[in-house]
Design a protein around this ligand. Structure first.
Ligand code: SAM
Length: 209
């Protein structure tokens, strides 16, 4: 049976194995929620994308004129980010690192994006704290991820409930940001071969005051 979450040795081997193929397993088009909410980023923003994967969201943002840095653990993801960017005629800077080994610099980013970047609870809490500190005043955080209600749908995402986003917990972890949009919704998430239908997600747009 295919595993659905990384081992404790870190995220990179699991995700490298998943991405080390020709096709883009989450597709090459940006996530719908990010497309809707991207106007909150303004124009020509410095944007950090956490767990960027194979590049679809970073390339979308770069095509809007943003200066995008894609943080991704997996080597195959980094390769595909650059390949997709080249195909679409844009440049995306990449950082190949595990979030556990990286510290988001304080006050550095006008935008931070996290799309289906599911982390173990202690690391997630740490990273979301760094997101709050890492945004400039007026900067915006955009996140979408599966909630524990997704386990009943079976259309994608981790099967380990600890990796899923419980809204009350995330709200507390984003203390310090103003929540412009914070909603648990059920919507179709159909992205590549691994996000395949009706899904329970948490959507967040938050502003650093
Ligand atoms: C479900 S994929 C989503 C990829 C991309 N955001 C998208 O929506 O297409 C999760 C991504 O998070 C990355 N990731 C998970 N844990 C990570 C960690 N600890 N450090 C860095 N990246 C991580 C994985 O490598 C993978 O690319």
């Amino acid at each position: 049976m295919e595993k659905d979450s990384p081992e404790s040795s870190g995220a990179a081997p699991f995700w490298h194995a998943r991405f080390d193929r020709e096709d883009y397993v989450y597709g090459t088009e940006a996530n719908d929620f990010l497309r809707e909410q991207a106007p909150h980023l303004g124009s020509a923003a410095t944007v950090l994308s956490l767990g960027e994967g194979e590049g679809r969201n970073a390339v979308f943002l770069a095509r809007l004129g943003h200066r995008v840095t894609a943080l991704e653990a997996a080597q195959a993801g980094i390769r595909k980010i650059h390949a997709l960017a080249a195909r679409r005629g844009v440049t995306v800077a990449t950082l190949q690192t595990d979030l556990a080994d990286y510290r988001i610099a304080a006050g550095q980013w006008q935008g931070i994006v996290s799309i289906f970047c599911h982390l173990p609870p202690a690391l997630r809490r740490e990273v979301l704290g760094q997101v709050v500190a890492g945004l400039e005043c007026g900067g915006v955080f955009i996140m979408e991820g599966y909630t524990p209600r997704q386990l009943a749908h079976g259309t994608g995402g981790p099967k380990d409930g600890a990796l899923l986003l419980e809204p009350a917990t995330i709200r507390a972890e984003l203390d310090g940001l103003d929540l412009l949009h914070f909603a648990e919704v059920t919507r179709p998430v159909i992205e590549g071969s691994l996000h395949t239908g009706t899904a329970a997600v948490l959507q967040v747009v938050a502003l650093k005051p």
